[in-house]
Design a protein around this ligand. Structure first.
Ligand SMILES: [Zn+2]
Length: 257
């Protein structure tokens, strides 16, 4: 009880600006795009070594999903891999280059799983983040943003969400409070951007409606295929909504005693 009270006091003390407004999208409208997150930890290469922990990345994606929830698109971390960058020499040879395509060489070959977006986290490079293709987005620990009114407090969730916007075909729109503005802490999407990103998501076969994933998970669960069911429930449990569907997913995710 004491700790509960304490946490309420703590929540109350947070400045309003730190919170992205909660989305109101209904479960039935959600599309789910699994993400493979890569923590680059490269021995002897500080720039190619992220300081973010698995837990940090979990919290980052809570924010990403609050932002993208407004468009009804959910980005669960389907896989999180910690690995060394491939070809670390590429960094020394190219780090001053404005064309960031060289960064694709940093991706280890054997973890480029199909049917996911891939985001690589590292300490430092020339931009805050870059989208090169669905299989190559990069975000740096040192990202810094221009603060705008009602902007998000932390840069990394914003940069991650921005690159995912490019992955769903969005272009830059230089209005400071917009997610697709360059280098600001803005996080909003307008109706056109919501429609466009949803249309792009619907074109990709591996991005599925949350409803369809839940049906598959329930069927697997009833067949007694618990690990397979859990894999599906995990994709939808983090949708930022309190509803029977996400509650069931959360309960059935827990391993039985
Ligand atoms: Zn951009």
């Amino acid at each position: 009880m004491r700790s509960l009270l304490f946490s309420f006091v703590w929540l109350y003390a947070l400045p309003l600006q730190a919170q992205v407004e909660a989305p109101k999208t209904e479960f039935a409208d959600y599309l789910v795009a699994p993400v493979h997150v890569h923590r680059l930890i490269t021995p002897g290469e500080l720039n190619l070594t992220t300081t973010l922990t698995d837990q940090d990345l979990g919290e980052i994606f809570l924010q990403v999903n609050r932002i993208w929830g407004h468009a009804g698109i959910h980005f669960p971390i389907a896989t999180l891999t910690t690995e060394a960058a491939a070809h670390p020499n590429a960094y020394r040879q190219n780090y001053r280059s404005r064309n960031l395509r060289w960064m694709l060489a940093l991706r280890p070959q054997n973890t480029r799983t199909p049917n996911h977006f891939h985001i690589y986290y590292l300490k430092r490079f020339l931009a805050n983040g870059v989208y090169i293709g669905p299989g190559g987005m990069f975000v740096k620990d040192m990202a810094k943003l221009w603060k705008v009114e009602n902007g998000i407090e932390k840069p990394i969730p914003r940069v991650t969400s921005h690159e995912l916007g490019h992955a769903l075909t969005l272009k830059h729109r230089q209005e400071a409070t917009n997610l697709m503005a360059s280098g600001t802490s803005g996080w909003t999407l307008n109706e056109t951007e919501i429609d466009q990103s949803r249309a792009a998501a619907q074109k990709l076969k591996w991005i599925r409606p949350a409803k369809e994933i839940l049906e598959q998970a329930d069927a697997l669960y009833l067949e007694g295929k618990r690990p397979e069911a859990r894999e599906q429930y995990r994709l939808i449990a983090g949708i930022p909504l309190h509803c029977p569907e996400t509650t069931r997913a959360k309960i059935r995710l827990k391993p039985r005693p």
